[in-house]
Design a binder for this molecule. Structure first.
Ligand code: ADP
Ligand code: MG
Length: 561
C-alpha cells in the first residue's frame, strides 16, 4: 500500500516536471489547494465523525484575509499567511463551543448557518471586501522581495505545504489523538466513560481542520490572484466533502487522491461545462454505493496492510488501596418526566467487596449506574469517591477519578480489534498507543483472552464480548467497578469463570457493584445485596437474607413455588 502511494507521488512529480502544460500545472495547483482543505476536513468529519458544513466558510475566511491584507494593505505572504490560518481557527473556537455538542444533523445545520452569515458579510461590506465583485490584484506568494512565479514554482510550493500538512495530519490521525477521535465518533458515551473529554477533542479537531481550510483558502487566492464571494459559496464545501468521501473518510491519502481525481474530473469532462457539480454528485453517489471506504479503502482491499507484530504485554501496577468505604452515595434521585427512576437511593461501596444490585425491570438499576458514571445528571443527591465530591460531574471526569463501568447492551466497536478496543481505555493515561496496547494485552491475559487480541470485536461470541468489555473497564485500573448485567447471555460455565474473575478483581481492592437477575450467580458471589423497586431501596443486607425478605419476594422474586 505504501509503496503504491509512493510510486503515485513519484509519478505525479514526474508529470509536473516533464509533461504538464502551464494550464495542467495550474489545475494541479488547485488540486493541491483542495487536498489541503480536505485533509483538514478528514480530521473533523472523517475521524471525529462530525459533519461540519462550515469548511467552505473557513476556506473563504482564509481567502479573504489574504486577499484583503494583500491587495488593500500590500502585506506579503509571511504576514498574511499566519492571519489566514489564525482567523478561521478563532472563528471555529468561537462557534464550536456552543454548536459542537449538538446532535449531528443539527450540528451540520448550525455550521451551514455560519457559512451563510460569512457569505452575507463578504457581499455586504464592499468597502472592505469589494462586495460581489471581490478584490483583484492579490499578490502571489512573495517573500524577501521576490514573488514565486506561476507554473512549476507555485505548484511546488503549494504541494510542499500539502506534504507538510499531510504528514502532520497523518501522524496525528495514527496517534493517540486520532484513536481517541475515532472512538468518540463510533461511541461517544463509551469514549466519555473511558475518561476522554469528548467536547474538548471535538473542538480541537474542528479548530485544527479550520486551520487547514484557512491555509487552503489563502493558497487559492495566491493562485487566482483575485478573491471573490465564490470562495465562500456552497460549491467549495461540496467539493471538500466529495473529495473526502470519494478519497476515503478519515484518510490523509484519501484527501490527496480524492482532490487529484475530482479537480481533474471536470477537465476530462469538458463538455459538461460549468455543471461540474452534477459530476460531483455522481462521483459521490458512486463512492457511497460502490466504495463506501473510498479510493483508499479500495486500495487497501487490493493490498491489505501487513498486521503489526503483537506488543509484549506490560502488567499494570496494582494500586495501593486501603480497606474501607470507597464510594458513598446519599439521596441519589433522578426523574424522567413523571417517572421517578431513582428516588432517594443511599448506599456505600467498600473496597474489596462485591455488592449486588437487584430489582425488577425498570426499577432503576441501570439509571443508578448511569448517574454514578456521569452519563445522566442526578436531580439530587451526593456522590463522594474517597472524599472527592463527584455529584453531577461530567462522565470523563468521573472516569478519571476512578469509576469504571460496563454497559447492559454490549458496547464494543464492531470493526476494532479486541486489542484496540481495550487499549482505548488507556488512551487518556498512557503516553503512546504502543504502551496502551501493551497494557491492554496484560489485562486480556489476566482474563484469559489474550489469544483473541487480533480478532475483530464484531466476530466474537457473546461470552467473549462480555469478557472483553470487562477487560476494557479493568484496564482503567478503577477503584470502583460498575457492571450492568455482566452475566446476561452467558453459559453456566462462563458464569462460573466470571465469578472467579470478579472475586479476583475485588481481592485487589476494587469496590464492585454488580447488577444481575440470576440469583444463583449473584447470591454466592456478593458480600452484600441491595434491592431496588421503583427507584427506592427495598433491602440492603446480607445475600443470605434476600430470598426470605418479604418485601423483595413480593416485588421481585415472587412467592417460591
Ligand atoms: P432497570 O435497569 O432496573 O431495568 P432503568 O434504570 O433502565 O431500569 O429504568 C428505570 C426507569 O426509568 C424505567 O421506567 C425507564 O423506563 C426509565 N428510564 C430510564 N432511562 C430513561 C431515559 N433516558 N428517558 C426516559 N425514561 C428513562
Ligand atoms: Mg437495566
Amino acid at each position: 500500500m505504501r509503496s503504491v502511494l509512493a510510486s503515485g507521488a513519484v509519478a505525479l512529480i514526474a508529470y509536473a516536471l516533464l509533461y504538464a502544460s502551464p494550464y495542467g500545472l495550474r489545475v494541479l495547483t488547485v488540486a493541491g489547494v483542495y487536498a489541503l482543505a480536505a485533509t483538514g476536513f478528514q480530521l473533523v468529519f472523517g475521524l471525529a465523525g462530525a459533519l461540519s458544513l462550515a469548511h467552505g466558510a473557513f476556506f473563504g475566511v482564509g481567502a479573504y484575509a489574504t486577499g484583503i491584507l494583500g491587495s488593500q494593505l500590500g502585506w506579503s505572504f509571511p504576514a498574511t499567511f499566519p492571519v489566514s490560518l489564525a482567523l478561521p481557527v478563532l472563528l471555529a473556537l468561537l462557534v464550536g463551543l456552543p454548536v459542537l455538542r449538538l446532535e449531528s444533523h443539527y450540528f451540520a445545520l448550525a455550521t451551514l448557518g455560519i457559512a451563510q452569515v460569512v457569505l452575507l458579510l463578504a457581499v455586504n461590506t464592499p468597502d472592505l471586501t469589494g462586495g460581489a465583485n471581490g478584490l483583484a490584484g492579490v499578490p502571489g506568494i512573495a517573500a524577501f522581495g521576490a514573488t514565486l512565479p506561476r507554473g512549476l514554482p507555485l505548484a511546488a510550493a503549494v504541494w510542499a505545504i500539502v506534504a507538510l500538512g499531510g504528514l502532520l495530519a497523518w501522524r496525528l490521525a495514527r496517534g493517540r489523538w486520532g484513536r481517541a477521535l475515532t472512538l468518540l465518533r463510533d461511541d461517544p458515551l463509551a469514549a466519555a466513560a473511558l475518561g476522554l473529554d469528548v467536547g474538548r477533542l471535538r473542538l480541537q479537531a474542528f479548530a485544527l481542520s479550520a486551520l487547514y481550510a484557512g491555509a487552503a483558502g489563502a493558497l487559492a487566492v495566491h493562485t487566482q490572484r483575485v478573491v471573490s464571494p465564490e470562495v465562500l459559496e456552497f460549491p467549495v464545501m461540496v467539493s471538500i466533502l466529495t473529495i473526502a468521501v470519494v478519497g476515503g473518510r478519515g484518510r490523509v491519502a484519501g484527501a490527496v487522491l480524492g482532490a487529484l481525481l475530482l479537480i481533474h474530473l471536470p477537465e476530462w469532462f469538458r463538455f459538461l461545462e460549468r455543471s461540474y457539480l452534477i459530476l460531483y454528485g455522481g462521483a459521490l453517489l458512486a463512492a457511497i454505493v460502490l466504495a463506501p471506504h473510498g479510493l483508499t479503502g479500495l486500495l487497501e482491499r487490493l493490498l491489505p496492510p501487513k498486521p503489526r507484530p503483537p506488543p509484549a504485554p506490560l502488567p499494570l501496577p496494582a494500586p495501593a488501596v486501603a480497606d474501607g468505604p470507597v464510594l458513598r452515595v446519599e439521596g441519589l434521585a433522578k426523574a424522567f418526566g413523571g417517572v421517578r427512576a431513582v428516588d432517594g437511593v443511599s448506599f456505600t461501596l467498600q473496597s474489596s467487596r462485591i455488592t449486588g444490585l437487584i430489582g425488577p425491570n425498570g426499577s432503576g438499576k441501570t439509571t443508578v449506574i448511569n448517574l454514578l458514571s456521569g452519563l445522566e445528571r442526578p436531580d439530587a443527591g451526593r456522590v463522594d469517591l474517597l472524599g472527592r465530591d463527584l455529584s453531577g460531574a461530567r462522565a470523563d471526569r468521573i472516569a478519571r477519578a476512578g469509576i469504571a463501568r460496563t454497559f447492559q447492551s454490549a458496547g464494543l466497536p464492531e470493526d476494532s480489534t479486541v486489542l484496540e478496543a481495550v487499549a482505548a481505555a488507556r488512551l487518556e493515561r498512557d503516553a503512546s498507543i504502543a504502551t496502551a496496547e501493551a497494557h491492554a494485552l496484560s489485562v486480556l491475559a489476566r482474563l484469559g483472552v489474550a489469544d483473541r487480541a487480533r480478532e475483530r470485536c464484531g466476530t466474537l461470541p457473546a461470552g467473549l464480548r462480555r469478557r472483553v468489555e470487562l477487560a476494557r473497564a479493568l484496564a482503567r485500573q478503577p477503584r470502583v467497578l460498575l457492571l450492568d448485567e455482566p452475566a446476561a447471555g452467558l453459559t453456566d460455565a462462563e458464569k462460573a469463570e466470571l465469578s472467579g474473575h470478579l472475586r479476583a478483581i475485588a481481592a485487589d481492592g476494587v469496590a464492585v457493584l454488580v447488577v444481575e437477575h440470576d440469583m444463583g450467580f449473584l447470591l454466592p458471589l456478593a458480600d452484600r445485596v441491595l434491592a431496588l423497586d421503583q427507584g427506592r431501596v427495598l433491602y440492603d443486607g446480607a445475600p443470605a437474607g434476600v430470598p426470605h425478605d418479604p418485601a423483595v419476594v413480593e416485588a421481585y422474586l415472587g412467592a417460591p413455588a
